[in-house]
Structures are given as C-alpha cells and as structure tokens.
Design a binder for this molecule. Structure first.
Ligand code: PFF
Length: 536
C-alpha cells in the first residue's frame, strides 16, 4: 500500500538538536520581526513596552512554545493526526490550523517575492525619486482600497518573482525535513544574521541615528496602565513566535525521542526576541536619519510599520544615503531570507498533514501542496487587487483565526481531554531542567484569559468599525469569508477517511506517571500488541 517515502515509513527526523533549533528560530524570525515589532513597540510606550513584552514572552511565548512542542513530540504527527490521537473528535482543530497556514502561505510568499524583487530594484534604485508612487503604481499597479474588487488584472512584475519563490520552496519541501528544511536553515539563518547585523551597524552610524534610537527607547510609563498595550504585547509575541497554529507542533514531531525541550524553548524564544530588538534598533536608527534629513522629528514621520515601512520608507532612505545600494541589498536580502525560512515552516504544516492523511510520499505531497498553493497565491495576489486582498485576509486570519486556534486548543486539550498533567510530565521527562508549577498555571489559566480578552476586543472592533477603508462587502467576503471557509474546510477534511494508520499509535510511557487515565482511543484494537508502540 505504501511506498518507502510514504507516511507509513519511519518518521523523518532532524539530524541534530542544532538543526531543530535553527529551523525553529528560522520559523519564528520572519517579516513580523522586521516590520511589525519596531512599529508596535514604538506606538505602545517605546522603552516601557519592553516590560509587557517580556512578561508576554515568558507567560505566553515560552509557555505555548513548550505546549506545542510537548504535543508534537509526544503525539508525533501532523496537526490533524495529533489532535485526532488525543480525541477523534478533535481532528477538525488540526485541519483548522492547517487551513490557517495554507491561507497565510498564499500571501506570505507574495511578500517574499516582493522582497526578492526589491533586492534588484535597490541596485538600480529603480523607484527614482518617488518610492511610494513606484511601489503602489509602477510595481503593484494597485487599485485604491476604497475601490477594491473581487479580482484585478495580472501584474507580471509580481507574477514571475512569485513563481520563482514557489519553485524554490517546493524544491526544498520535496528534499525533506533533514535534506531540505534543515540544510536550508543551516545556510540561510547564519547568512541572515550576518547581513542583518551589517545593515544595523551601518544604520546606527548614520547621522540622526541617535535621535531615532532615543524616540524608540524613551519610555512612556503611562502606557503600562493601558490594557491595549498589554494586548499588543501578547499579540506580538504570538505572531512573532509562530505558536499555537500548527507550526511548532509539526516541527517538534520530527525531533528524535531524546530531546531537551524546556531549555531549548528559552533559547528559541530569546533568540527570536533578540533579533526583534536588533530590528527595532536598525529600523529606528534609519528612521532617525530620515527625519534628520527632512528636518522633522521622528514622531512626525509616516510609514513606520508594515509593507510601507519596508517598501516605501526604506527605499526613500536608500536613495538618500551614500552607499544606499549595498544597504538596500542587505535589507531586502534579510527580509527575503527571514521570510523564506518562515514560509517553509508554514508549508510544512500543510505538507505533513496531506502526506499523512492520504499516505502519499514526501515528494508527491510537496509537489501537490506547492502546485495548489502556488496557483492560489498567483491567482489571488499577483494582481492589481493583490495588496488589498492580502491586507484583509491577513488581518482576519491572524488576529482572529490564530488567537481562536490558541483558545480552542487550550479548551480542548486542557479542559475537555485533561491532558495538561501528561504534557507537563512529558516536558519534564524530556528536559535537562524541567518547568515548575508556573507552567500549567499560565498555560491553562492566566494566558487563556488574556487571549480571550484580546479576541473579544478584536472581534468587537471589527464588527463595529470594519477594517481599513475597504468597502464592507469586501471585508465580509474576504475577511469573515476566509474564516468561514477555514471552519467549513476543517470539517470537510476531517470527514475524509485516513489512508495511513493514524490510530495505530500509543504515546510512550512517562516516568512517574500512569498514562492510562488519559488514554481513550476510539479504536481499542489499535492498542493491541501488534500495533507499533510509536512510529519513530
Ligand atoms: N513568526 C514569523 C513572522 O514573524 O513573520 C512567521 C509568521 C507568523 C508568519 C505568523 C505569518 C504569521 F501569520
């Protein structure tokens, strides 16, 4: 029934602990670190933001990174397989996470394609003296948001780089976890670090950098009493660390049995945040230079976050400074590398699920996922309506889909299936230094409350005000519509029968704990002696 590379074959594995760490850090460090963190920190209290940020890092970041890793390492499967192994009725949650990742990859790849294209544009400063007009006009040929349509006309300048990105990532996926993802991260992540540090060093030596850094770090202590600031800190950590929507679960499922989970989670979380801080320093030094050149204060600058920061403000700076071309190559090169290492982690969630559900080989699953996603990605986003659609889908899928996925995961795994003590034991059984009682406390009680408040505030605001200045039918169709499609899709996919032996699995026994109270498989035959104890 199965070929040597199919899901029934021994599970793929990271070749080394370092390989896993680099892949996890590569997933965490992405566009969000470079263009999201600096602006979020600046507008939410500057230096004072670091306090809620650090609290969120420890109480949500590390806590849910470990939660994901414990699930993935213990139940060794793709997201749908893992949740099904916990309870057969939980499978739709796994598919919901796969759906979120699928939705994100279709537009994340587009931003990576823009970044790759802008490496070339930097060399010739193709935007001339109007980077804003160039980005939305010559390059994207964008329809204004208030006139957003269902489709737009094709934009070849985006289409071809996007095809190249998809060809590259599909190849990496087909080469497998160790041969593709691990090798790529081992090369890309150090390269990213060198390029980015080079960019930051140049930025801090620019005239005006000090003013930029002052405005970034000057603490506004009153921000600490604003609940919105705390919500923003948690949102940033969630987005930035890629937790609770399938990625870290999937990556941890390829760890060898012997692993060192808890200490590694601190390494990954702090590496990601250090990079984020470095990005804040680089971006605000650059903004300081720009403000000085224009003779205005940093607070008067516009375009300090998101795509506009990267594709309009940075090009302006590149044109203004001596040696700007090299600075541009370093910046857009970093953006491309950070994006690609995150993109592959998102795709792996989808590929692993398809591979296991349909028992197709690694290559076939990678090519199938690559093709379908590339088609959706080019069809939806390499058009003159692309940025509008991307903006709306991203806002709803990220701010509602990802947070809802986290809350539902906690409710199902912790409250309904009562697996928290088991996961806690698993972490401590697989860590040189375990975690104390604070871990279940934050995982099950405190952080879910913060997340629920966050979700309620977001939904309320979107229902009342809509999003951006898009027509409301557009927000409804592509924002709420994407979420509805994800829910429907997860139910439909759960109804399709598995072609691999997903239920023939039993988690390893835990030292000092009887695992049986937690086991209720729908098929007791699956637990007979003939069933493998666990796939490797
Ligand atoms: N953590 C990565 C980033 O900060 O860009 C990857 C990622 C997270 C991508 C969340 C997309 C996303 F919605």
């Amino acid at each position: 029934m199965s070929t040597s590379s199919s899901a029934s074959a021994p599970r793929e594995q990271w070749q080394s602990q370092m390989g896993f760490i680099l892949a996890a850090v590569g997933s965490a460090i992405g566009l969000g670190n470079i263009w999201r963190f600096p602006g979020v920190a600046y507008t939410n209290g500057g230096g004072a933001f670091l306090i809620p940020y650090l609290v969120a890092l420890l109480t949500a970041g590390v806590v849910y990174l470990l939660f994901d890793w414990a699930l993935g390492h213990r139940y060794r499967g793709s997201a749908p397989a893992i949740f099904r192994r916990i309870h057969p009725r939980f499978e739709p949650l796994g598919w919901f996470q796969v759906g979120i990742c699928f939705a994100i990859i279709t537009y994340y790849a587009v931003i990576v394609a823009w970044s790759v294209r802008y490496i070339g544009f930097s060399m010739s400063r193709a935007w001339g003296d109007d980077p804003a007009g160039f980005f939305t006009g010559d390059f994207l040929r964008l329809i204004p948001s208030a006139d957003a349509h269902i489709t737009g006309s094709p934009v070849p300048g985006v289409f071809w780089p996007l095809v190249a990105v998809w060809a590259f990532v599909t190849l990496i996926m087909a080469l497998g976890v160790a041969g593709g993802l691990e090798k790529m991260n081992k090369i890309f992540l150090p390269t990213l670090l060198v390029m980015f540090v080079g960019m930051v060093v140049r930025a801090v030596t620019l005239p005006g950098a000090v003013q930029g850094l002052n405005s970034f770090f000057t603490p506004d202590w009153s921000a600490l009493t604003d609940p919105q600031v705390w919500v923003q800190a948690y949102a940033q950590i969630f987005f930035s660390l890629s937790v609770m929507f399938g990625i870290m679960v999937t990556y941890a499922s390829y760890l060898p049995r012997r692993a060192n989970l808890a200490p590694t989670s601190f390494v990954v979380a702090f590496s990601n945040s250090s990079f984020e801080l470095l990005a804040g320093i680089g971006v605000f030094s650059t903004l300081g230079f720009m403000a000085a050149r224009q003779g205005i204060a940093v607070s008067e600058l516009e375009g300090i976050t998101g795509p506009i920061l990267s594709f309009v403000t940075f090009p302006q700076v590149i044109s203004l400074m001596p040696g700007g071309q090299l600075f541009g190559v370093l910046f857009f090169g970093s953006l491309s590398l950070a994006g690609i290492t995150s993109l592959v982690s998102l795709i792996q969630v989808v590929t692993a699920a398809v591979q296991e559900k349909f028992d197709t080989g690694r290559t076939a699953s990678s090519v199938a996922v690559g093709l379908v996603a590339a088609l959706a990605s080019t069809w939806l986003y390499s058009t003159s309506n692309g940025l509008n659609m991307l903006d709306v889908v991203d806002n709803y899928v990220n701010n509602i889909g990802v947070v809802a996925s986290a809350i539902v995961t906690v409710v199902l795994v912790v409250l309904v299936a009562r697996r928290l003590p088991e996961l806690h034991h698993h972490i401590n059984d697989h860590s040189a230094q375990g975690v104390g009682k604070w871990w279940p406390l934050f995982a099950a009680v405190i952080t879910p409350i913060v997340l629920a408040v966050m979700l309620a505030l977001t939904i309320l605001e979107l229902l009342q005000k809509g999003y951006g200045d898009y027509p409301s039918w557009f927000n409804n169709a592509f924002g709420w519509g994407s979420l509805g499609t994800l829910i429907l899709g997860s139910i439909i996919f759960s109804l399709i029968p598995w072609r691999s032996s997903v239920d023939h699995f039993r988690p390893a026994e835990l030292a000092g704990m009887d695992p049986h109270p937690y086991e209720h498989h729908q098929n007791p035959d699956a637990l007979t002696a003939t069933a493998p104890q666990e796939t490797r």
